[in-house]
Design a protein around this ligand. Structure first.
Ligand SMILES: [Zn+2]
Length: 419
């Protein structure tokens, strides 16, 4: 009860409720897709609230929200905190939103300690790839790697482009990347960037750990595989005359899993998340199949090695079965090592407030990846129940929310008041 009172729990819950009133569906899931009306309303709500409590508010050229609580000493470089408010379709209430609201509330609580250093909360746009098949847009724009014109290529199911959607939310996509040069220069001079996010996996809950301090973010290596055999009549074509693309693909998918498991201890994961049989039917021996392979790891060299072994296996299986295998590289990103300065700050904070922490890696990409290209950046995870995420059943305990609040408030106090 005391901890709740100390952290103004009721007020925090009210803000949380208000934000999640934007986009909540009848099943209790969140439909707050990037740059949707609901997403824009959530941004507006937080901007209004921030203005009311005396914080400075601005929107940048990618429509990211900047909320600043001024410290008393202008000579100190500000600390940045942040996450995102957009969700996947029928998503949860905590992915992104927990990080934004924990940071916002911690900024409010910090004011009683007369902070010297300023804090700026960044609410990134379009972290989720669900609507435009393109993720972490706001942070990529700040990192200067997003060209405005290219945003016209990404369209949602209603043929609205990412360009249009960003413009509609008050952004200036036509001016990217130069339009964010000033913001990038500000960030470069910052003290550091910290994100808090739910883990979206089971490690912390299983080990009863309050805070996971991420040291590296895994990068995806993605290939599109097309397997071609020969379509045939399922009754008339004898078993030994077949070039069945689907049974070949099945063997290939198992090989992907086998290699992923073989390197699991070195933090490799390998997944086939989809499999399409064009023109598939009950009475046709499948003539072609398409599936994507997503391989992730935190060691770039090992990642490429495993990808090479997987590709080799796919080709061998194809050859053995008389199938042709076409491979297309979709992406080959480099894993990101995060700042040890920020990791140490997070670890000291945990020690100070007496909560458990563990160093870990992240298998999922986050906005922090792109912040790390600009300044010292780090991300910490809090446990989510059963590791469930990107699902309306996503949940965290009150204990976790309070740990997060205490952690973020103390982290800001350490970095803004004791300097
Ligand atoms: Zn997220």
């Amino acid at each position: 009860v005391n901890r709740k009172e100390n952290y103004y729990w009721d007020m925090y819950q009210q803000i949380y409720e208000d934000i999640n009133s934007f986009g909540r569906n009848e099943n209790g899931g969140m439909d707050r897709l990037a740059f949707s009306e609901e997403d824009n309303k959530a941004h507006d709500y937080l901007a209004r609230l921030a203005t009311e409590v005396g914080f400075l508010v601005k929107q940048d050229g990618a429509a990211n929200l900047w909320i600043t609580a001024k410290g008393s000493d202008e000579s100190l470089p500000p600390i940045y905190v942040g996450s995102h408010l957009d969700t996947v379709p029928d998503g949860g209430r905590f992915d992104g939103t927990l990080g934004v609201l924990t940071a916002f509330h911690a900024m409010l609580l910090l004011q009683q300690y007369a902070p010297k250093r300023s804090v700026t909360l960044l609410v990134f746009r379009c972290e989720e790839s669900s609507r435009f098949s393109c993720a972490t847009i706001g942070s990529k724009a700040l990192a200067g790697i997003l060209h405005g014109d290219r945003l016209k290529q990404y369209q949602d199911n209603d043929n609205i482009s990412l360009f249009e959607a960003m413009e509609n939310a008050g952004g200036k996509p036509a001016l990217l990347p130069e339009g964010l040069t000033e913001e990038r220069k500000l960030l470069e001079k910052g003290f550091g960037f910290v994100e808090l996010h739910i883990e979206q996996g089971p490690v912390l809950e299983t080990s009863h750990t309050a805070i996971g301090i991420v040291e590296a973010i895994a990068a995806p290596y993605r290939i599109k595989v097309q397997v071609n055999g020969m379509a045939a009549h399922s009754g008339a074509c004898p078993m030994h005359h077949r070039a069945d693309a689907l049974t070949g693909a099945a063997e290939m998918i198992l090989a992907v899993e086998r290699l992923g498991r073989q390197y699991a201890e070195q933090s490799i994961v390998a997944t086939v998340g989809n499999c399409v049989v064009p023109n598939g039917a009950i009475n046709i021996v499948p003539g072609s199949v398409e599936f994507p392979v997503d391989i992730r790891g935190i060691d770039g060299t090992l990642l490429k090695q495993v990808a090479g072994e997987i590709i080799q296996q796919l080709k061998e299986i194809g050859e053995k079965r008389g199938l042709t295998v076409q491979l297309q590289l979709l992406s080959a990103e480099e894993p990101v090592k995060l700042s040890s300065k920020i990791a140490d700050l997070m670890e000291q904070t945990c020690r100070e407030i007496g909560v458990s922490s563990v160093r870990m890696n992240s298998g999922a990409g986050q906005d922090t990846m792109y912040m790390a290209q600009i300044l010292d950046a780090g991300i910490c995870f809090v446990p989510c129940i059963k590791g469930i995420s990107h699902n309306r059943l996503e949940n965290v305990t009150e204990e976790t929310m309070l740990d997060g609040l205490e952690f973020m408030t103390e982290l800001l106090r350490r970095s803004c008041c004791r300097c």
